[in-house]
Design a protein around this ligand. Structure first.
Ligand SMILES: *Cc1c(COP(=O)(O)O)cnc(C)c1O
Length: 423
């Protein structure tokens, strides 16, 4: 008899974005003529830049010839891309990495989900709350998260990040945490971590033998020169941290699929008997067994964003989104909303005002996040993401993304303004 992995059954049934889509569709069925604007899902809208397109065309043409054909590539990625990463993303920040500390991936979601295979099933994990759901769900699937009660997993330590603590998570002291997930700039709150705060985490990790999984998917959005782009800007981080990068938000690669993961050679974890085991060879072994590399065309495309033209072009798109973010911040603040993020990240995190104008909607939910979501959908025809979908501390907040077009962002803000004034 094939027995199912019952840990999957513990996962809450509904995926956040499926719930949102269902509610939006219900609205559209009732109001077929209304054009709904989504500032909800975190996908980008601007096309790939010309340098990337050119590189992809060139790589495709190569693939059409016997000499230029590329079949299976190295599981760790091609050296041309690993070299470009070293030279552009790390050396200018004074970080020296070896090529074989870089593993090219097909996007950061896979690796942030898969990385937990390197640690025993009974490690405890800690997450900032709210958080990108992949970190917890991938641990649930393997049985590491324990059981869920009131939206909290028994073997997960939640470190609340709310307006009350300025979105600075407190280092857990009550309970030992073996592995900590950090994501900065943060999805969903759009907030960042200073070098000084990050130093505290590295020193905690070194002292407590805690492993840090650091998701830097949004580092390209950092505008403030004081904010770290990589955890390896902090001394000692190579001994305790694995870092994830993605070209999805950096260069619009959500449909192309490419990113990379850094596993430093100095990084070790312990066996039960106390022997230190380097994780780099383990991850290499894992990748060689379960991953056959990112496509040659995607890797050539990624390489192109490090050319002078590529850099300038992707920056123009990032600036485009950040203009949206600034317009959203300015408008929402002017309207009296309490908003966070949006300065070094493409997300705006809005505290839902306590208002109850449409009591008929409340029957479906008692959550302030969902209530605001529905009021905004029905009142302004704009879609946001209920913060509670990202964890218990997201309750009472919603997320707006800056990834829409200028036109849609402006139109959505005008509608929100009109709707707010009417309240
Ligand atoms: C979008 C995103 C990623 C990257 O996903 P890809 O698989 O690279 O497209 C990783 N982490 C966070 C927090 C994200 O929001």
């Amino acid at each position: 008899m094939a027995l199912v992995n019952e840990h999957f059954l513990k996962l809450p049934n509904n995926y956040l974005f499926a719930d949102i889509a269902k509610k939006v569709n219900a609205f559209k069925v009732m109001h077929p003529k209304v054009n709904v604007i989504s500032l909800g899902i975190g996908d980008v809208t601007q096309p790939l830049c010309p340098a990337v397109i050119e590189a992809m065309h060139k790589a495709t043409d190569e693939m059409a010839t016997t000499q230029g054909f590329h079949g299976y590539g190295p599981e760790q990625g091609y050296d041309f891309l690993r070299e470009a990463i070293l030279r552009n993303d790390f050396l200018p920040r004074g970080i020296h990495l070896d090529m074989d500390e870089i593993f090219i991936n097909d996007g950061a979601k896979s690796d942030t989900g898969n990385i937990q295979e390197l640690i025993r099933w009974d490690n405890s994990i800690g997450v900032t709350d709210p958080i990108y759901p992949v970190y917890i769900d991938s641990n649930v699937m393997i049985g590491r998260a324990g059981t869920i009660e009131d939206g909290r997993w028994s073997n997960v330590v939640y470190m609340p990040c709310t307006a009350e603590n300025g979105f600075v998570p407190r280092i857990p002291r009550e309970r030992h945490v073996d592995v900590i997930y950090l994501c900065y700039p943060n999805n969903p709150t759009g907030t960042v971590i200073t070098k000084q705060e990050l130093r505290k985490w590295v020193s905690y990790a070194l002292k407590n033998d805690t492993l840090i999984f650091y998701d830097a998917a949004y580092q390209a959005y950092i505008m403030d020169p004081e904010i770290p782009h990589s955890i390896y800007e902090i001394r000692g981080a190579r001994k305790c941290a694995i870092e994830f990068h993605s070209y999805s938000k950096t260069a619009g690669f959500t449909g192309v699929r490419c990113g990379y993961t850094i596993v430093p050679k100095e990084l070790t974890a312990s066996t039960l008997s106390g022997e230190r085991i380097p994780l780099n060879p383990l991850w290499n072994r894992r990748q060689c067994t379960k991953f056959n590399g990112t496509s040659y065309i995607s890797q050539r495309a990624a390489e192109a964003i490090y050319t002078p033209e590529g850099k300038q072009q992707i920056q123009a798109t990032i600036d485009y989104y950040m203009q949206n973010a600034h317009l959203m911040l300015d408008t929402l603040r002017r309207l009296g909303y309490e908003v966070y993020g949006g300065e070094n990240a493409p997300y705006i995190w809005l505290k839902t005002p306590s208002r109850a104008k449409r009591p008929e909607l409340h029957s479906t939910t008692r959550s302030a996040s969902w209530q605001f979501f529905e009021e905004l959908l029905y009142g302004a025809n704009v879609v946001c993401t209920p913060g509670v979908g990202f964890g218990p501390s997201g309750e009472g907040y919603v997320r707006f993304t800056a990834f829409a077009t200028h036109e849609n962002t402006q139109e959505a803000l005008q509608r929100i303004e009109k709707w707010t004034i009417q309240q």
